[in-house]
Design a protein around this ligand. Structure first.
Ligand code: PXP
Length: 248
């Protein structure tokens, strides 16, 4: 099981101030040192968190693997084919959504043709293409027909399920989809909304090879690091008194 860590929300904190910290490129180094198998970032059309500069530097400096999430839009395909991350995951994108809300809609020839126009140049550039899809038979069969090597199952509905019955139903749905994906020759990834509390039933689904987890890991990092950050500031402030010419 590979863990790819999505570091978008390190960039979210930076963008909240429009400054240069925290830098997601520096975060990626720590994520890799901790043993993650890859780094994931979503370059959104509105650039609300990750910026072009981040992707360019990550493409140059990632020692593991860079998984770039993008919409199947010409601008994004141009950026990806230029920077050549190891993997591109095509995701649906709506400007007014807080986060990705579901898998790609693979119904209808027009949508499939639009995806083909995105997949072909990426594959020609040697990039591994994965499609973010709902855990449904039609989506998996359509993905296999498009000839991509991998899919990422959307785990959002599982993550949002409240009752234990609903959770079990969603785990069964993910398991069936993962098994079908594997039978169709697809590498099966999964992600969205996975947390320290809900990840294990998904991690136990054998055909799933890769998990993409972001918000929960970045959230824990805030708490895991907060005490030390406060101590560092207190130490600095205490050192300021009694040392310099203006000390009291
Ligand atoms: N997979 C995909 C396709 C996503 O769009 C996202 C969110 O950017 C994730 C995984 C990670 O989701 P979360 O931040 O909820 O762990």
């Amino acid at each position: 099981m590979r863990l790819y860590v999505n570091i978008d929300h390190v960039a979210t904190v930076r963008e909240a101030r429009g400054t240069d910290e925290p830098d997601p490129v520096r975060a990626a180094v720590l994520v890799e040192l901790a043993g993650a198998d890859g780094i994931t970032v979503h370059l959104r059309e509105d650039r609300r968190h990750v910026q072009d500069r981040d992707v360019r530097l990550l493409a140059e400096t990632c020692r593991t693997a860079l998984n770039l999430e993008i919409a199947a839009e010409p601008e994004m395909i141009r950026i990806a084919t230029e920077l050549r991350p190891m993997q591109v995951t095509l995701v649906p994108e709506r400007r007014d959504e807080v986060t990705t809300e579901g898998g790609l809609d693979l119904g209808g020839e027009a949508r499939l043709e639009r995806l083909r126009r995105a997949i072909d140049p990426l594959a020609d550039a040697g990039i591994r293409v994965s499609l973010f899809v709902d855990p449904d038979r039609e989506a998996l069969e359509a993905s296999a027909a498009l000839g991509v090597p991998a899919i990422e199952l959307h785990t959002g509905e599982y993550a949002n399920a409240r009752s234990s019955e609903a959770k079990e139903r969603e785990v069964d749905r993910l398991r069936e989809a993962a098994e079908l994906g594997s039978t169709l020759g697809l590498s099966v990834h999964a992600g969205h909304g996975l947390t320290y509390e809900n990840v294990l039933p998904v991690a136990r689904i054998a055909p799933i090879e890769e998990l993409n987890i972001g918000h929960s890991i970045v959230s824990r990092a805030v708490f895991a690091g907060l005490e030390g950050a406060v101590r560092d500031m207190l130490e600095l402030l205490r050192g300021a008194r009694g040392r310099g010419p203006n000390s009291e």
